[in-house]
Design a protein around this ligand. Structure first.
Ligand SMILES: [Fe+2]
Length: 241
C-alpha cells in the first residue's frame, strides 16, 4: 500500500481570515499616502514654517520644566519643532528594523501555501516605510543644519542590527549581544512561520503604543482650516498616521 500524503493546508482553507486580509491589503493600497509624503518632503523649506508650532504645545522638548517657563515665544516654537525632529529620529530607527523584519518574516510565511497576499501586504508596508524615513530625514536634516549646523538627533543611515534608541543606555557588550540576537532572529524567522507570527504580534502591540502619541501629532494638523495651510511637518505627521 502506498502512502499518499495529505494535501498541505492552505490559507484558502480559512476563507474568513483570507477575506479580512484581502480587505486590509485593499484598504492599505487605497489609503497609501506615499506620493503625498514624497511631495511634502520635496517641497519642505524650513524658512516657510520656522515660526509655527508643528505639534500640540505639550509635545515640545522640555515642556513644563523651568527652562520651558523661562523660554521666549520663539524659543518655545523651536523646542516644539525639535520635539518633532527627535521623535521622528527615533521612529526612523524602528522603521529600518521594521523593513528588515518584514522581509525575513515574509520569507518565513511565503513557505506556506497561498501566503502571497500576506507577503504583498508586507512588501507594500516596507516601501511605505522607506518613504517615511526619507521624509523624516529630509525635514530633520534641514532643521538641525539651520539651528545647530550639525546633527543632534539624526544620524547617518544604519543597518537594522544597531541600537534603536537615539541616546541609549547601553555599552559595548550590550550592543554586541543585541547585534547577535538580531542576527539570530533574522536567520530563524526567515525559516519559521511561527516565529514570524510572534514578531507580528509583538510589533502590533508596539505599533498600538506608538499610535497613542502619533494620533495626537496627526490630529494637530486638522486644527488648521485647510490641510494645505498647515506646516509641512504637521502634514507629514498626519499622512504618516
Ligand atoms: Fe512609518
Amino acid at each position: 500500500m502506498t502512502y499518499v500524503s495529505p494535501p498541505p493546508s492552505s490559507l484558502l482553507d480559512h476563507p474568513t481570515a483570507y477575506r479580512k486580509l484581502q480587505l486590509n491589503y485593499t484598504r492599505n493600497k487605497q489609503q497609501d499616502h506615499t506620493g503625498l509624503l514624497d511631495e511634502a518632503a520635496r517641497r519642505f523649506c524650513y524658512d516657510d514654517c520656522k515660526d509655527e508650532y508643528w505639534n500640540p504645545v505639550e509635545f515640545s522638548l522640555l515642556y513644563g520644566t523651568p527652562l520651558w517657563e523661562q523660554a521666549s515665544a520663539s524659543q518655545r516654537i523651536q523646542l516644539n519643532q525639535l520635539y518633532w525632529v527627535a521623535y521622528y529620529a527615533q521612529i526612523v530607527s524602528a522603521e529600518i528594523a521594521t523593513i528588515f523584519f518584514n522581509q525575513t518574516s515574509a520569507a518565513g510565511l511565503y513557505a506556506l501555501e497561498d501566503f502571497r497576499l500576506v507577503c504583498d501586504t508586507l512588501d507594500l508596508e516596507s516601501a511605505q516605510e522607506r518613504a517615511h524615513i526619507h521624509a523624516f530625514r529630509t525635514i530633520s536634516h534641514q532643521v538641525e543644519m539651520a539651528l545647530f549646523g550639525r546633527p543632534i538627533f539624526t544620524y547617518a543611515m544604519r543597518s537594522p542590527f544597531t541600537e534603536t534608541m537615539v541616546y541609549a543606555d547601553t555599552n559595548a557588550l550590550k550592543l554586541w549581544w543585541k547585534k547577535i540576537q538580531l542576527h539570530m532572529f533574522g536567520l530563524l524567522s526567515s525559516d519559521n512561520a511561527f516565529l514570524a507570527c510572534q514578531y507580528f504580534t509583538v510589533r502590533g502591540l508596539r505599533t498600538l503604543n506608538g499610535k497613542l502619541v502619533q494620533h495626537k501629532l496627526s490630529a494637530y494638523c486638522q486644527r488648521h482650516p485647510d490641510l494645505d495651510t498647515a506646516p509641512i511637518p504637521a502634514r507629514i505627521s498626519y499622512y504618516h498616521f
